[in-house]
Design a protein around this ligand. Sequence first.
Ligand code: AMP
Length: 307
Amino acid sequence: MNLVIIGTIGLDDIKTPFGEVESALGGSGVYASCAASFFSPSGLISVMGNDIPEEYLKLLNKRKVSLEGVSKLGKTFRWSGFYEFDMNEAKTLKTELNSLAGFKPDVPTDYKKAKFIFLANIDPDLQLEVLSQMEEKPFVVLDTKNYWITSKKDSLLKVIGKTDLFILNEGEARQLFETPNLIKAGKIALKLGPKYAIIKKGEHGALLFSDGKYFSAPGYPLEEVKDPTGAGDSFAGGLIGYLASKQVSNKLVSGKRVSFEELRRAVVYGSTIASFCAEDFSLNYLKNINSKKIEERYNIFQKIREF
Ligand code: AMP
């Protein structure tokens, strides 16, 4: 297994100005592993309850997400939230940790030498635990959410120190680094240890930082945004899935040698996948895309940037 992802499997209740869903398939691990699957298979490490509908598991199987590292315990993690006309900001109504609270991750043996790991949005103590079980230091990508910045900042700072690429959105960056300026926030992120940092700006794209280097990717000009839930996880999943794909990782001597240039392309692939995610609720749109659609949108991104 070349790519391991730890994140949540969730049941989401979501309301946007364009509709609402109840107990829809969600969770950072689900979005990220499905997004990655368009480039690379992955092994998901997570927990779910006995209340998870069989059709949701079938979808993950169909997308070649390995569930060997997924435990079953009690009730599934639940999140409910809503969006107003500013679809860049999710307002959380309720987070119910349920089975996540008692989850003790156990990394399957054949995941332990993976070259890439995505620590998707989940309790930072679980992220640290999974990292400690890896046998060879992989290229580590980290994401988080305001919930963990507020409740577990010390553990989060520890994980950031072990990370190669830290991804967060602009609201989280301002909250964590206590500055309104995103360029400053990017620089502070790099000082904490990561070689690379990405600050996502919702529909307006993403900023990639490295020592002395900077890249700004545009957002895809999407007219139909029904539900942006999971777009951030899909961005990161698409990005790391692309890096872990045979086509790219064969060129990398080891997971650690991810170049800035390769990462720029990965940011655009991540943005491409995220834009598909936002077109419908849950994974309804994402599950039906294919490489032809991905390449078409990637090429549009390239054209938008030319001047
Ligand atoms: P995003 O829109 O990219 O922030 O991701 C939203 C997804 O993350 C939803 O499907 C939720 O189930 C899941 N989620 C929400 N809050 C949390 C949390 N505190 N920790 C982990 N996953 C979460």
